[in-house]
Write a protein that binds this ligand. Sequence first.
Ligand SMILES: C[S@@+](CC[C@H](N)C(=O)[O-])C[C@H]1O[C@@H](n2cnc3c(N)ncnc32)[C@H](O)[C@@H]1O
Length: 255
Amino acid sequence: MKKNKQLAGLLMRLHGVDVSRYEKSFLDKTLQKRLDENHCASPEEYCVCLEQNDQEAGNLLDSLKISYSEFFRNPLTFAVLEQIILPALVLKKGKSKSKEIRVWSAECAAGQESYSLSMLLEELKTGGNEISYRIFATDQCETQVNEARNGRYPAEALNNLNFKRVKQWFTKRGDTYTVKPALKNYINFSVFDLFSKELCCPPESLFGDFDLVVCANLLFYYKSEYRKIILEKAVKCLAGGGYLITGETERDILI
Ligand SMILES: C[S@@+](CC[C@H](N)C(=O)[O-])C[C@H]1O[C@@H](n2cnc3c(N)ncnc32)[C@H](O)[C@@H]1O
């Protein structure tokens, strides 16, 4: 859609929101959906609708906040984490002075990614390994962070989990499954904007120095110059020999 500039200017002027960071095709698709829902024949008509209707600006901004997530999303990546990366980190920490494995789940949505990582690290303990770890789970959206902290999910959200994991890590009440404290204890949830100019890592982590940063399934929503800002921030926070994980479909867009 042409006229994105005009819309972006309008949203900035009326609501202080910068949509110019979003990748063009994602922005076009989202705007087209809003145009269709509002029966607007042109972007100009939609601009008028936005100026007259505060609620529609909210609807548009909501549709730009993509928070979809799953437990063990990107199964190949989680298999590599389970079989190679996390055991390697356990081995490395066993030989080093600082024993704690430090993980940053940099846009955790409702917590599925952070809890998946915690499950894997907990399961490694059963091999007789002494493991100390902390996961810093952040998202720019406070609602998502609160959901993550609550750790309550409907049955269908647990589809990727085998019976053993569901039984071991969740308590069922009615149709809701709640993550057990044993898994939550190792995770700090907080709000953090990856575009923050003041902060280079989540303040809760004090000094970053992460052995693993997971920044998955977010980059493709942003233009390349903004992906670069996010990636530079993530890489700066890595400890020597640390790992950065992106989404499986994002690797082609990184260069
Ligand atoms: C599609 S979800 C991905 C969640 C999870 N990483 C995964 O792979 O399933 C994208 C998340 O990024 C968050 N997000 C978007 N822009 C962000 C930013 N600038 N800083 C931090 N989080 C952001 C959104 O709120 C959303 O929860």
